[in-house]
Ligand binder design. Structure first.
Ligand SMILES: [Zn+2]
Length: 196
């Protein structure tokens, strides 16, 4: 079984086409003069994939190969990790002038970092003592788009926050958001965040 290297989902899809390579090969052999000598070229490029869960794209050589037993183990570990995160799920903390939200989306544990300038999502890999180990999510999972005129949540971003939270973020009202969280007792003790 092949799993996405980022979110460990098995919903990975090949994005490069084998029939297309065969057609290119046939064109080289029968249509292009001396193309026969180059007919192998379409087959040397590695196949690519896209993960339907987290949007990661890459070469198939990056996929994680596991058998069903390893897959079971991964699921058990993930469940145990989810139980550990449960008490702080959907809570926020402040660290080094950023606000962070601990949440879950697309079967992934997500940490979102909010400042007045940017909103960035990370995949949570581990939590030891008070240290989060995280990895930046691939570009397709942007949280907000900053256009010339507006600052809009993407469809992924919309799922990570409540509508109140989005309002504060859109107005770039960092202290307002902090007050709001404080009032709703949604702020917990700070954690350190280390990027993988
Ligand atoms: Zn993925």
């Amino acid at each position: 079984m092949q799993l996405c290297p980022e979110c460990k989902s098995d919903t990975v899809q090949r994005t490069s086409s084998t029939p297309l390579r065969v057609i290119l090969c046939l064109i080289l052999i029968f249509i292009i003069p001396f193309g026969l000598f180059f007919a192998w070229i379409p087959f040397v490029f590695p196949h690519t994939f896209e993960c339907k869960n987290c949007g990661k794209q890459g070469n198939e050589s990056e996929l994680k190969q596991v058998d069903w037993r390893e897959r079971e183990m991964l699921l058990v570990n993930e469940k145990a990790f989810g139980n550990r995160l449960q008490p702080i799920m959907e809570y926020w903390f402040e660290q080094m002038g950023y606000l962070y939200k601990i949440t879950m989306e697309n079967h992934m544990f997500v940490l979102v970092k909010v400042s007045e300038q940017e909103v960035v999502a990370y995949h949570i890999h581990d939590l030891k003592d008070s240290n989060f180990l995280v990895q930046s999510l691939s570009g397709k999972l942007a949280v907000f788009t900053d256009t010339e005129f507006d600052w809009e949540p993407t469809s992924f971003g919309e799922k990570l926050f409540t509508s109140d939270e989005i309002q504060f973020i859109q107005n770039r009202d960092y202290s307002g958001l902090k007050d709001h969280l404080h009032k709703n007792t949604q702020l917990v003790q700070p954690f350190n965040v280390y990027e993988k």
